[in-house]
Design a protein around this ligand. Structure first.
Ligand code: UT7
Length: 324
């Protein structure tokens, strides 16, 4: 028995914003952004919501897997930018796609959110509680970004990606082979965004700064140091070596971070596919967006060994080894 991903899907807002357009908003340049991050453009919501993007990505993943929405037993949405505090995005998506038989809830582990949600779904299926799951990462980061802060507004984009996974009675060793996940709450202030202003008449709060605050250099150093360790841990649990991995599908934060990770693992950059040049950093949507793209352009084929790895606010990070 194995738990395998048999469908993928994604969705992006219609509006694409190139680096040149940001020069009109903050003191930056296309050249600086390309050189320091590898990003050339990103998609920004002009009305799309986390629920609408997630629902579209989930519908595509179901279609890809050849499944009906009524068959879904578990619906997990990883997001750190829900429109509403209540109800959760997963219940909104359930309603939109008609997944009437699913149990639906959200999970927030920031940029590692999709990975943690995938592991959660896998654990439920392995335990025999549910037979299948629809898991998405979806974000509209544009609403929590300070568009006057050049240190953050150039990095992020909006979008959603989804996978459908189910228990398969295959003979060989397929599906998730090993994983690692870690959290370090002591380092929360490195990348944070406060919640909404309280209206509590019994507790007067100072006005909040409701946007992302980030120490970019700290996040950079953390990712380059911790992610290779998490990948080695997951690969070791899978009983294979880094050299046995065909593709490293990593959180798309910064090209230089990926280069640093590849160097520490002594792996050629050709095995680190990227789409951050076109979509920027989409937080929890990044891994499933890239996975969907690689699947449909033929870069991922059955039998391949993949490592998925994410890292972000929390701080949270982890890795997953999959045989496709
Ligand atoms: O999903 C996880 C989320 N976060 C991340 O992955 C972020 C990880 N960190 C990074 O990607 C990089 O640290 C950044 C891209 C955010 C910044 O790149 P950096 O090479 O670490 O630049 P820096 O912060 O060391 O700043 C270098 C200079 C500074 O100027 P001074 O002090 O040397 O005069 C900045 O003010 O670059 C300046 N700078 C900019 N200049 C033009 C910072 N942002 C910009 C900008 N355009 N957008």
């Amino acid at each position: 028995m194995s738990v395998r991903i048999i469908g993928t899907g994604s969705a992006l807002p219609v509006r694409c914003v190139g680096n040149g357009e940001l020069e009109a908003l903050v003191d930056t340049s296309d050249e600086w952004i390309r050189e320091r991050t590898g990003i050339c453009s990103r998609y920004v919501s002009t009305g799309e919501t986390v629920a609408s993007l997630a629902a579209a990505a989930c519908a595509h993943a179901l279609e890809d897997a050849g499944k009906e929405s009524g068959e879904v037993e578990l619906l997990l949405i990883a997001t750190c930018t829900p429109e509403d505090a209540l109800p959760c995005v997963a219940c909104q998506v359930q309603e939109r796609i008609g997944a009437v038989n699913a149990v639906a809830f959200d999970l927030n582990a920031a940029c590692a959110g999709f990975l943690f949600a995938l592991h959660t779904a896998w654990a439920y299926i392995e335990a025999g509680i549910y037979r299948n799951a629809l898991v998405a990462g979806a974000e509209v980061l544009s609403k929590i970004i300070d568009w006057t802060d050049r240190g953050t507004c150039i990095l992020f984009g909006d979008g959603a990606g989804a996978v459908y996974l189910e228990k398969c009675e295959t003979g060989g060793q397929n599906g998730i082979l090993g994983f690692a996940q870690h959290s370090d709450g002591r380092r929360g202030p490195v990348l944070s965004c406060v919640g909404r202003q309280s209206g509590n008449p019994y507790f007067r709060q100072e006005p909040l700064y409701p946007y992302v605050r980030m120490d970019g250099r700290e996040v950079f150093a953390f990712a380059v140091r911790q992610v290779p360790e998490a990948i080695r841990e997951a690969v070791g649990k899978a009983g294979i070596g880094v050299e046995d991995v065909d593709l490293f599908v990593l959180h798309q934060a910064n090209r230089r971070i990926l280069e640093g990770i590849a160097k520490r693992l002594s792996v050629d950059m050709e095995r680190f596919p990227m789409n951050l040049d076109r979509v920027g950093n989409t937080s929890s949507a990044a891994i499933p967006l890239l996975l969907d793209e690689l699947r449909h352009n033929g870069r991922i084929v059955p039998g391949m060994t993949l490592v998925l790895s994410g890292f972000g606010a929390g701080l949270t990070y982890g890795a997953c080894v999959l045989r496709w």
